[in-house]
Design a protein around this ligand. Sequence first.
Ligand SMILES: NC(=O)c1ccc[n+]([C@@H]2O[C@H](COP(=O)([O-])OP(=O)(O)OC[C@H]3O[C@@H](n4cnc5c(N)ncnc54)[C@H](OP(=O)(O)O)[C@@H]3O)[C@@H](O)[C@H]2O)c1
Length: 226
Amino acid sequence: MKIAILGGTGPQGQGLALRFAKAGIDVALGSREQARSADIAAELNRRISEYEGRGEIEGYANAEAVSRADEIVMLAVPYAGHDATLEAIRPALEGKILVDLVVPLAEKDPKSVAMPPEGSATEAAQALLGPGVRVVGALHNVSAHTLNLLDERINCDVLVCGNDADAAQTVMDLVGRLEVSTYYAGPAINARCLEAITPILIRLNISKKVPFSHAGIRIWAPGSPA
Ligand SMILES: NC(=O)c1ccc[n+]([C@@H]2O[C@H](COP(=O)([O-])OP(=O)(O)OC[C@H]3O[C@@H](n4cnc5c(N)ncnc54)[C@H](OP(=O)(O)O)[C@@H]3O)[C@@H](O)[C@H]2O)c1
């Protein structure tokens, strides 16, 4: 299986690429500059060279990365580049699943969100791309720091939303290969909640009043160990 990660050169995209490749999945790492993603892909492959059964990470320009993906394309650019990146790759995305993990953080305050008129980045992506692309919101609340600590388990659960339940399930199956619990959080409108959790985590993580950073969220089932 091969997935694409657009904006894969940033900390979140790199962390995801490492985790998926470590799990045996090939990754087409996208960038606005092919040379940049090729350099970073080479470095990431070196970091996972010791893992048996690993997938291969290859660097491409964003549009080429989309066409290399079998079905799933992840969008990991900052919110400022969300719509323009999607506009540029729209034809290549037709028939695929877009996983939108973009959090529309407020420009000068990462402890707040500034949601688009559509309600959330996930809904904005679906409106922009139309029904030929199934948009799924996921992975908004997992920190890049955690993803990059390759020898440690991911410290949180992953909530997934989208109007097409089959597409959401496909994404949950993929993310489940990272040994995390995934939960279907309902239709795309619920991305408004999922995206808005991240600035709260950022607020906690930078607070001097709590003894941790890089926190995530976890669903606690009554009766299970705390
Ligand atoms: N970092 C985290 O811990 C974290 C956690 C949860 C969710 N997220 C979400 O994941 C996404 C990526 O986070 P990040 O921290 O990796 O972001 P980032 O480092 O700011 O950006 C990721 C990549 O996006 C590309 N990019 C930058 N500005 C762009 C623009 N205006 N238009 C198109 N592409 C642009 C760059 O790649 P090229 O220059 O190579 O094109 C960059 O390396 C964000 O939407 C963020 O909200 C991040």
